[in-house]
Design a protein around this ligand. Structure first.
Ligand SMILES: [Zn+2]
Length: 80
């Protein structure tokens, strides 16, 4: 992990703004989703990429009742 050198204040509602340059670099558009990770006193934001709830695959996804499932897991479920 490398430092960006950017320091931002958290506002009264707990929000921070990701600098436009960083959003452009990471291709985060206006409604992009980010996942929040923590480790000790460190907070990491990661660009969210939908993945299968069972195996974590990120290809051939379908949504079922609000969850993503890949074709392979869907086929395995259909066999049972
Ligand atoms: Zn899967």
């Amino acid at each position: 992990m490398k430092s960006t050198g950017i320091v931002r204040k958290v506002d009264d509602l707990g929000r921070i703004v990701l600098p436009a340059e960083l959003r452009r670099l990471l291709e985060l558009d206006d409604r992009a989703e980010v996942e929040i990770y923590t480790e000790g006193d460190t907070v990491v934001l990661k660009k969210h990429r939908p993945s299968c709830v069972f195996c974590g695959a990120q290809e051939e996804l379908r949504t079922f009742r609000g969850n993503c499932i890949c074709e392979s897991c869907r086929m395995a479920l259909c066999k049972d």
